[in-house]
Design a binder for this molecule. Structure first.
Ligand code: ITT
Length: 217
């Protein structure tokens, strides 16, 4: 059984469409989100931590909204910004911008404690860079006898997805998070049903890649 590790049930609703019935269940575990400019290092670290917690195959899902006119903000801080400013406020800030283009990105990180061919892997490299930049003290003792994440032996496979769009005034009552203010092809994600959103979304793209790889595994 695969554990989809998230505190957000909306993500699992979307993921279930890509995986055989009964093969996935949500694990409500709030893994540590390291500070990073990219989602990949966060997903890689999260997958290792979640695997150690669950002792079972895990998939973590780190996502964010990147607004062009704000140099990619809120990006990896999207969750914090949703909780503090709120989605409407993000729209109000974007409404003053000349450039309201935005993108959702999603990185899935899979770990089952066993070896497999490494990701083609700029992101995993980023993970090591982040760990190295943080210095030796940053690597917590994870009980594996290693010094920290830069020498962490647990392989993680990453799958990425991206969708372009733009920030608009809130419309629609489906989806979750920033969906009401994210328009793609004339519709906000909150105006789409789950299948339609999956067909174009960042998470759908990443899940498609994961499901294909996982089926062979
Ligand atoms: P977990 O970390 O526990 O999975 P989370 O909701 O905090 O739950 P993220 O850190 O990945 O997940 O999400 C960053 C933010 O982006 C958060 O506010 C989400 O609501 C939002 N978000 C993620 N995917 C989204 C999507 O498909 N549509 C709209 N908002 C999304």
């Amino acid at each position: 059984m695969l554990r989809y590790v998230t505190t957000n049930p909306g993500k699992v609703r979307e993921a279930e469409r890509y995986l055989p019935d009964g093969s996935v269940e949500r694990l409500d575990f709030d893994y540590t989100e390291v500070q990073a400019d990219e989602l990949g290092p966060i997903a890689a670290r999260g997958a290792r931590e979640a695997y150690r917690h669950a002792d079972a195959p895990v998939l973590v899902d780190d996502a964010g909204l990147f607004v062009e006119g704000l140099d990619g903000f809120p990006g990896p801080y999207s969750s914090y910004v949703e909780d503090t400013l709120g989605v409407e406020r993000v729209h109000e800030i974007a409404a003053d911008l000349d450039d309201r283009r935005a993108a959702f990105r999603c990185v899935l990180g899979y770990c089952d404690g066993e070896g497999f061919a490494a990701s083609p892997d700029p992101v995993d490299r980023g993970d090591r860079d982040v760990a190295a930049a943080a210095g030796p003290d940053e690597g917590e003792d994870d009980g594996d006898g290693a010094d920290g994440p830069e020498t962490d032996p647990l392989p993680v496979k990453l799958f990425e997805g991206y969708v372009p769009g733009r920030i608009v005034a809130p419309r629609g009552d489906g989806g979750f998070g920033y969906d009401p203010i994210f328009e793609h092809d004339g519709e906000t994600f909150a105006e789409m049903d789950t299948d339609r959103k999956n067909a174009v979304s960042h998470r759908g793209r990443a899940l498609e890649k994961f499901a294909e790889w996982y089926a062979d595994r």
